[in-house]
Design a protein around this ligand. Sequence first.
Ligand SMILES: *Cc1c(COP(=O)(O)O)cnc(C)c1O
Length: 712
Amino acid sequence: MTSPNIHLHERLRVLAQNIWWTWHPEVISLFSDLHPQLWRQVDHNPIAFLDQITPEQIEERASALVLHSRINYAFRRLNEYVAKDRTWGGTHCGNLNKRPVVYFSAEFGLHESLPIYSGGLGILAGDHLKSASDLGIPLIGIGLLYQQGYFSQRLSKDGWQEENYVNLQINNLPLKTVLDSSGQPLVLRIETRSGLLQARVWKLQVGRVCLMLLDSNVEGNSTEDRELTSRLYGGDNKLRIRQEVLLGIGGARILQALNISPGVLHLNEGHSAFAILEEVRRIMEYDQIPFYRAHRRVSLYTVFTTHTPVAAGHDRFPPDLVEEHLGIFREKMGLSHDDFMALGRVNPQDRSEPFCMTVLALKTSRRANGVSAIHGTVSRLAWNSLWPARSEKDVPIGHITNGVHVLSWLAPQMYQLFGTRLGQDWPTRMAYPDFWERISEIDDGELWETHQSLKMRLIRFVRRRLQLQSERQCHGDTLKQIDQILDPDVLTIGCARRFATYKRGDLILSQPERLAKLIEDAHRPIQIIFAGKSHPRDDDGKRLLQRIAQYSYNSAHVRRIVFVENYDYNVARHLVQGVDVWLNTPRRPLEACGTSGQKVLLNGGLNLSVLDGWWNEAYDGKNGFAVGHGGMHNDPDEQYRRDAEYLYETLEKEVIPLYYDRGTEGIPHHWVQRMKHAMQTLGWRFSADRMVKDYAESSYLPAASATSAEME
Ligand SMILES: *Cc1c(COP(=O)(O)O)cnc(C)c1O
């Protein structure tokens, strides 16, 4: 059976089974060229796509569009990619080949068709896996498969967030059942005082690395436990602790079942910290050594990354809940209740103190880090109490600043422009600063035109979305003038993030008259695209979101201020690739990193941001714009007022004049200089390749060699 049509269909199926395709524009375009509408309709899911198109249709379309060689080429590229062993990791990470890095995270954001992420933490974890794959670092991801994912967002007519949950179609995802040594589906079992908790495991291929996802929806579990992994961050404390028991203990048991011994445990945030304890238990049993020795050994190869700048944002569980779900596990390790609780307490003697996952992780990892320089400082201050004998600067928490996976976030048009002007093999050179230096060789006009076409693409996307939104909300007026909403010649500001009060997404609305003047200016107007979700239980965040949505519905500004619902990977991709300016106005120093601005700069957008998170170390005066000078105030309201003042001033005096300062052919040369300068100075520094190499060099390799030394 080698008729050519089956061949093509099969090859596309193989491509669909490894989400390597998501960061290769030449593969994405195969699907979108075959059937653009269907591709959109299935939310860019190639498996669902191939189920709805017959091999004959594919053959027909492929012939008409001459796609055969492109499909065969993509297929060959994937095989070469997976087989290649001469990689950065192959050269530098020999130690990890037998004992890989195991990377735990409660969420992974890899693509819109796999909605098992809520926001920044998940996207970061997804980018980490993709870069580890590109670099050839031996790594296994462990997470949870949420049957209903994170919610999809709609706004009511008065701007209030409504949350919808839809069941994932597992058949439509590139997931394979993980089998045990006897070839049966692997089932993990964890005993707790409120019943046996079981889970199956799915495997997802991310280029060269794989991601294991635990799923509690199995026969034999109580109804409640079957729904344990339904939703991301839903439910109460009990559900949360059980999810975290599953992620940490269950995750570590996958490794045991598959005979994988970890060289490094990397905990991406504290949710998975119970993994440490399961690893300790295994070593106690295997080597017949006491708790404290096993505990010390595991800490040598545990790496912990904290993401939450506010101490109140960390998971904490009361003693009775810990006893209910971990009591049996604790007894297996021979620990008393108090000794166990002490592992998660700042003050072990304080019996009223709850069990904090971050405390457990910090106490049991030799290497811990925040996600930007300023966040490192904030974290050392916040956790000084764990090392009372040390001064703040000696608290053992460092930092590795986040980065983004370049090929996932760079627009295909930019990818092509780089290829044409800087050599088709540029992706192999993107880790080096001198590659980015060469951006200056690209003609101003060509870069500007590419950017403008991306902006137009964003505008068409937003109009399509608004059309759907307004049909549902019956804003008849909006519908009629949909083609007049947003103008590609107007300075376009994007502001998309989780709407939590400390992120202050509404700062730009704080002086409505001043803003109205900027929007309505006859010669140099601005327009703003908002997007973002609030946590389902954060009513303050939802009120903030509602203020923004209502402002956008206000008929005076309908053409220039829009709110795009359901911020996800896809919306983010369009936004970061098409805006002129990316606005970020958190209350300093509460933004841990804020990676979305890094996606923007790759595509030629400029950041306008408070000097917080990554921007605090990235801004050099010429690669974007700063809101304020990095000041803080004890009174949040005063800080809000001051930052608002700075924001308007910077817009009025710097951003707007520079944008509308046009040369002979309408090109804003000074602006384009800034775009180039941002790409040159920041493109490599804030890439996930740089970040993952930093983890490898400063954390993974030292951690792995400490264990090998210990074992000898
Ligand atoms: C990048 C991204 C984030 C994180 O952005 P921040 O700047 O950290 O807020 C959140 N959600 C989505 C969909 C993203 O793509």
